[in-house]
Design a protein around this ligand. Structure first.
Ligand code: UDP
Length: 258
């Protein structure tokens, strides 16, 4: 059966694949929070979300029970919203609790962040307190390099190193700011301040598409009014109630709470 996706691509899916029995083949990548597997379709991968958590460039390690399933579901919901906003993503469909079928992309080695409120790296870098509402969203690119803890770079560095073309960098910037516009309003309605988040993009042929995940691992979520943190900072900073914070965000995003 031919499936037409909003990103303009059409895939021929067998009946077997439609009932979620996509064959998982070789493990091709294992990161801190996810595994990527080949499938019997060369254009598609399976992304599996783990409960493992790391922070401070993997100096701190732990497990957040149920995190894999929560992040898979939250990312699946948010990717579908973002697609509707006209931003192509690697999301094809959710296969199971922890598995997502994704389009194969070549990841661009940049961690793209957008900030609405000061926190984390920006507060540290500039010596300013956390929690200041920024007059404009701050767009940043970081070079994906674990050994250097993903240093902040500018577009000239990215161009000079050949990480992406000028046109690709402009597309990435536009997409990231549009994702911010959408997510900020989406979370506003759920009584959550979207403080900042990180995105990764990939190439599928000539097209730039949003990849990776959008979850409490990669975003900072603060409850409006109280400032209560509902994201990975609960793990990073030993604030307790980590699992319940992730569950709470799942319930909000899926419309079961909030
Ligand atoms: N972030 C991420 N992966 C990283 C670094 C940051 O997902 O390797 C997210 C982080 O959760 C936050 C945003 O990107 O929502 C900005 O992070 P920041 O630069 O402040 O770094 P941090 O202090 O979190 O290391």
């Amino acid at each position: 059966m031919w499936m037409q996706f909003s990103n303009g691509f059409a895939y021929l899916l067998s009946e077997a694949k439609n009932d979620n029995s996509m064959t998982k083949l070789k493990l091709i990548y294992e990161g801190k929070a996810k595994k990527i597997f080949e499938t019997d379709d060369p254009a598609l991968y399976i992304q599996e979300f783990k409960d493992d958590a790391t922070a401070f460039n993997a100096l701190k390690r732990g497990t957040i029970t149920g995190k894999g399933a929560v992040n898979n579901k939250i990312s699946s919901v948010l990717f579908q919203h973002v697609e509707k906003e006209g931003i192509p993503t690697h999301f094809v469909k959710q296969l199971s609790d922890r598995e997502m079928l994704i389009r194969k992309v070549q990841i661009i080695p940049l961690e793209v962040t957008v900030r609405n409120i000061t926190a984390g790296g920006m507060s540290k870098l500039l010596g300013i307190e956390e929690g200041i509402r920024l007059k404009e969203p701050v767009y940043e690119i970081h070079y994906k390099k674990d050994a250097l803890a993903d240093p902040l770079i500018n577009e000239e560095h990215a161009l000079a190193l050949g990480l992406a073309t000028r046109a690709e960098l402009e597309t990435i910037r536009q997409y990231a700011l549009r994702v911010n516009d959408f997510l900020r309003k989406f979370f506003e309605k759920l009584n959550i301040d979207l403080v900042d988040f990180k995105l990764e993009f990939g190439r599928a042929g000539a097209q730039i598409i949003l990849a990776d995940e959008i979850s409490p691992d990669t975003c900072r979520f603060w409850e409006k009014g109280t400032g209560r943190k509902l994201d990975k900072d609960r793990f990073r900073r030993d604030l307790g109630d980590v699992e319940s914070a992730y569950q709470e965000m799942l319930e909000k995003v899926t419309g079961k709470l909030g």
